[in-house]
Design a protein around this ligand. Structure first.
Ligand code: NAI
Length: 426
């Protein structure tokens, strides 16, 4: 079930998939082995990932390993219809762009009705829905892989309540994922998403980055390179890797950004970008202070980082003036621009293309290898959040380097021994 939109072109989808496939050496390497070894033979995999060309290459890799794939998107706005139509010749696709919330959940239900053995999720909606509505199915699921920070936060809450019924590999927390995907991937693609929606100039603008986690860091660094004056907003919140909002604020300061609270800079920002994983990071009281024409964009997983009800409540009208560009006229006469309806600005169709292909190659290679790990080891894993095995994490980074023809210094046996034992320094 893909789009009925008449402008959708299967040939374009086929070409987009081929374009990505030729530029994903790590997944190609895994595919070759999967074709020979068929490690996923007969395994049913239910997927909820942003359904676009790079995801298509992952799904094909899983099929080459022998899996039966049923896939939907993990967000109502992010399916590339051309790719979805092209893929639906090869596997069960339940996705199209610009879905209502009901349609989005209907597609997740379709995926669960394929009775998957393994789930691949991004944001935990599919895992959460399975636990809430399909208790019998949940008992038979081997395990799942979770792609993003917000999904891990939700899983931690489920684990704390003893609600988790199968092991979930925290793919987001692999070095090969968050160091590159969250930082360089989001850094580049969020700016690309804003530019392709607005065609605005970045140089000289006051850009407020709300949240200096892995995504916020990447966005802020890329903005500086384009000549923006970057202001970072942080909070004393907890975070996924142990460093607090204080540490991240200090890091932003030493990285050369202005740092403080959103209240202090709400009235000078030209562009606001949220990347917090938290609700209402940009609140109604901030929106009221903003200057005429300020642009609002969200990079965080859910569309609750900007208080959209608050925005509605202080507006007298709103109008979609361009694809993914809504103009809100406020009670006091000024206007604000909201991109992608407050959803992921870098992935919302038709202006967002998502992360660069090479970045998703590493993230999705980690996914493919973690699925194989679950198939081989699920019987020995607890129903809890598990780390990506270091062997997989290292393997992905090694193949990525080799695809750039970079080969590193090999340690001698003597050097290895030196690092592992107490030695005198002479
Ligand atoms: P992170 O946990 O590393 O960083 C989040 C930061 O936001 C933390 O430093 C935290 O202190 C700060 N924060 C929390 N509430 C705040 C508030 N009210 N005001 C200011 N700062 C606040 O998370 P990461 O990996 O950077 O991810 C952020 C969000 O982006 C998550 O929702 C994640 O799922 C999503 N994500 C989006 C991607 C995309 O393609 N757009 C890619 C990867 C992740």
């Amino acid at each position: 079930m893909a789009s009925s939109n008449k402008n959708v072109s299967k040939i374009k989808g086929v070409n987009l998939l081929a374009w990505a496939e030729e530029r994903m050496p790590i997944l190609n390497n895994i595919s070759k082995r999967f074709i020979q070894e068929k490690p996923l033979n007969g395994v049913k995999i239910g997927v909820a990932l942003h359904l676009e060309k790079k995801t298509g290459v992952l799904l094909r890799t899983l099929q080459k390993g022998g899996a039966k794939v049923s896939a939907s998107s993990c967000n109502p706005l992010t399916t590339d219809d051309n790719v979805a139509v092209a893929l639906s010749d090869e596997m069960n696709i339940h996705a199209w762009s610009n879905q209502t919330d009901d349609e989005y959940y209907e597609c997740l239900i379709n995926v669960l009705e394929s009775k998957p053995d393994i789930i691949i999720d991004d944001g935990c909606d599919l895992i959460f829905l399975a636990h809430k509505k399909y208790p019998e199915l949940v008992n038979n699921i081997f395990g799942a892989c979770e792609e993003t920070t917000t999904g891990i936060v939700r899983l931690r809450a489920m684990q704390k309540d003893n609600a988790l019924r199968f092991p979930v590999v925290a793919v987001n927390n692999a070095y090969s994922k968050y160091l590159f995907d969250n930082r360089y991937g989001t850094g580049q693609s969020v700016i690309e998403g804003i530019l392709s929606a607005t065609n605005t100039l970045i140089a000289g603008k006051n850009v407020i980055v709300v949240g200096y986690g892995w995504c916020g860091r990447g966005i802020a660094h890329r903005l500086k390179g384009l000549g923006a004056k970057v202001f970072v907003v942080e909070t004393a919140s907890t975070s996924t890797d142990g460093s607090s909002g204080y540490h991240r604020a200090l890091e932003a300061l030493y990285d050369g950004c202005w740092v403080g609270s959103l209240n202090d800079v709400a009235d000078i920002g030209d562009i606001f970008i949220s990347a917090t994983g938290n609700k209402h990071a940009v609140g109604k009281h901030h929106l009221q202070k903003m200057k005429d024409g300020a642009i609002l964009a969200n990079a965080g997983h859910f569309n609750n980082e900007i208080d959209l009800n608050g925005l509605e409540s202080i507006s007298i009208s709103s109008d979609e003036i361009l694809p993914n560009v809504d103009k809100y006229i406020l009670e006091d006469g000024k206007h604000l621009i909201l991109l992608s309806k407050g959803r992921l600005v870098n992935l919302s169709q038709p202006t967002g293309q998502g992360h660069p292909i090479e970045i998703m190659d590493a993230s999705f290679a980690t996914q493919a290898l973690c699925v194989e790990h679950l198939v081989k080891n699920y019987k020995n894993l607890d129903s809890s959040i598990c780390d990506v095995p270091l062997t997989i994490d290292n393997e992905v980074a090694r193949i990525a380097l080799e695809s750039h023809e970079i080969y590193l210094e090999e340690l001698s046996e003597d050097q290895k021994k030196y690092l592992q034992t107490w030695q005198e320094g002479t």
